[in-house]
Design a protein around this ligand. Sequence first.
Ligand code: ADP
Ligand code: ZN
Length: 527
Amino acid sequence: MAMGESAQEILSRVFGYDRFRGAQAEIIEHVISGGDALVLMPTGGGKSLCYQIPALIRPGTAIVVSPLIALMQDQVEALRQLGVHAAFLNSSLDLDEARAVERALRNGSLDLLYVAPERLLTERCLSLLDSIEIALFAIDEAHCVSQWGHDFRPEYIQLECLQKRWPQVPRIALTATADAPTRNEIVARLRLESARRFVSSFDRPNIRYRIVEKTNPRRQLLDFLRREHPESAGIVYCLSRRRVEETALHLQERGFRALPYHAGLPAEMRREHQARFLREDGLIMVATIAFGMGIDKPDVRFVAHLDLPKSPESYYQETGRAGRDGLPADAWMAYGLSDLVTLRRLIEESEAEERFKRIEMHKLDAMLGLCETTNCRRQVLLNYFGEPLERPCGNCDTCLEPVETWDGTEAARKALSCIYRTGQRFGSAYLADVLLGKSNDRIRRFGHDRVSTFGIGQSVDGRPMTADQWRSVYRQLVAAGLVSVDVEGHGSLRLTEAGRPLLRGECGIQLRRDPERKRGGDRTRAP
Ligand code: ADP
Ligand code: ZN
């Protein structure tokens, strides 16, 4: 116990850090003095100390509600190594172990008790808490209370009982999910109306964002790694398990130390790969998004995405695992329209409610917007989180190599009429071939070598066009909502109402010019 010590003293003696980060000191003082708090801080920002230090200073035991068993165990283990008396109660304990924790709690010998919400809400646990002195309640991952989030946990809603039962015990709710609807729901459901709000910036200035067009993903990844990260630790995210394994193997064959990680691998192997990633230098983890929650490795130098994340939130979370140490780090992604088709299909085929699906689609569109923007990526990203950034960041691809735009009106019209003339049943690769006048079997079979748009796209305004450029035009038209992707039709493109004025010549459009690709290998088409 640390009675009499100041927060600053505990920070250095127990945790070994020199100074507080961001709003930590303020938050900690507020909670120590008994105030409620809502803390919005990005992942890696240092939320844990905000309740751990008050837990050590206020008399009694701090009760930490946490939704993830694995996370709980890691935190408790880390605290014990620092000499803090911490324990957890969840379904992973057998009866004897649980009884031992309860005894320690009753004796007052615990500084912190981590507990799963469903466990906490049992009458047994609540009345146990009645018999002890409680230092504070910390509600971690507080966005789990939000019905419209991805991590909704019904038990979280019942946590409002804490305020009724222990009105004098300070409560601190913490989350990295900051959008306004979620924030308001947390406040309302957890009865935090009078809590002080601490909102940190979500900007991660040391991360350099880059998004490139996906042409030959393996080749592009390899080039990126060889050129910029031959020996760095990093994470490569893929959508499917199969892709994870293939990519890991491919990197191993090319001399990289890469390990696969996905939920289909044996638990033993997952544990080992994760432990090696944390312990060894310069390992690359090729993973699905099953990997990363609660991973605390400060020197991850890059996060690469070979597939499009499903929302800006996911993109932010996943890229946010790079550069926790504050040193320069890269968030690199290769994306193409086929990613969009896959994700749309996943959403449509899911069992979720319609309303939920609409939110998901909307987020996916925002993600696409981030990919196709000609503005600073960081501005677009932070704006999405309700945190406008005043000027372009200077540390993303669009800032570093400003995107050239061009008057794409003529090209867009040709692209739209080609969709129309071929019956709105084809994807961008096919349409590009028709525009370029490529007379292959498939095109002849459909008779599309005889439509009026056949071959009209070999040049636009006197400039020759390539298939890549046409596909870029189509991606941008989709991002702008002028064309929609039909999931049922395996990614065929259709005209939307919003696209009609352009087709009729009533308005124009500016498009981004994708940088010319320099390497021969990059020119081959994505499979
Ligand atoms: P969050 O829960 O917000 O994702 P954590 O509490 O896990 O973040 O903290 C992220 C990392 O930053 C941890 O390694 C933690 O020890 C470290 N950290 C937190 N606060 C400080 C600080 N004041 N000085 C140095 N490192 C810190
Ligand atoms: Zn920028």
